[in-house]
Design a protein around this ligand. Sequence first.
Ligand code: UT7
Length: 331
Amino acid sequence: MPYTQIAGTGHCVPERVVTNDELAGMMDTTDEWIQQRTGIRERHWIREGESGAGLAKVASERALAAAHIDVGEVEAILFATVSPDHMAPGNGVFLQRELGAGMIPAIDIRTQCSGFIYSLSIADAYIRAGVFRTILVVGAEVQSTGMDISTRGRNTAVIFADGAGAVVLQAHDDAAGSAILGWDLHSDGTFAEKLWVDAPGAIYHPRNQATHIETKGFAQMDGKEVFRHASTRMPESVRAALSHAGLSASDLALLIPHQANLRISEMVQRNLELRDDQVYNNIDRLGNTTAATIPIALDECVRAGRLKRGDILAMTAFGSGFLWGSAVLRW
Ligand code: UT7
């Protein structure tokens, strides 16, 4: 059975930086509140004319270049996003077109903040089963155009942001080489309405209603409930994924937690008894880019030399669904 390695990483965030002070000019909030409660100082939002597929294209090209792989060698695309450019088709096909890839499968994965971890696990299963040998996995979001940028929406508008991250996965046969060693995935739909976007949805007749724009069309979040579950589920899941790989938290060289809130990452770190240098956070600069946080952070770590061959890396996510999961790799 082949092993799955990450052969290259890339990311792209829009040029436009939005500071907390800028948000304070749009709603009743302060830089101090946002930094204290979330750890965020600034984030990136797209300008008109930019798109999620466009950010994904740049991230993917960087990942392909890092892997020294021509786009023609990619056998499948997995595109994790909760914010596709259009309701249908999904962003996978737009990326396939933009990249000039072959007529390969392009699959959108809708598992919100856990989208990258879920996509990674699916790609790993394809590779280990011998279905494909080279897969492009992308997490990309444009959250800024879907938020309620007013005091009413301030508990989500200050958190969510735009960006894209990509990895190229490749099959190889070296048992001692870089590989995905284990993963752990869960859902609990009991909490579906604790973080959701109600409309547009096919349950409504008709699906698109003008009144929804001001009511059900924005993300609604019970922040405290999400916080409580996220801070316990992520460490639990990291331990489970490590255990599937025959490892424990003391083996970890680096943990990349989903960048939901710096306070959540700090609780995950404490729970797993990790030092500051074992946990990577960039939420202060980038906010919460949903399915893109982990591949963006991974690319930053790779380019900064934070990972060396043989290091044990864990990545973990929690979000809307509730859906959560983790992956453990030997770098
Ligand atoms: O990606 C995964 C999904 N998301 C998450 O993981 C997010 C998890 N949750 C959180 O990060 C936090 O719950 C938040 C940062 C969203 C909110 O922090 P909190 O400490 O849980 O605040 P809260 O929602 O309980 O609100 C406390 C107060 C409220 O005012 P009152 O009712 O006490 O007068 C809010 O209206 O803070 C108010 N508030 C704000 N004030 C200033 C909420 N958002 C803001 C804001 N600026 N942006």
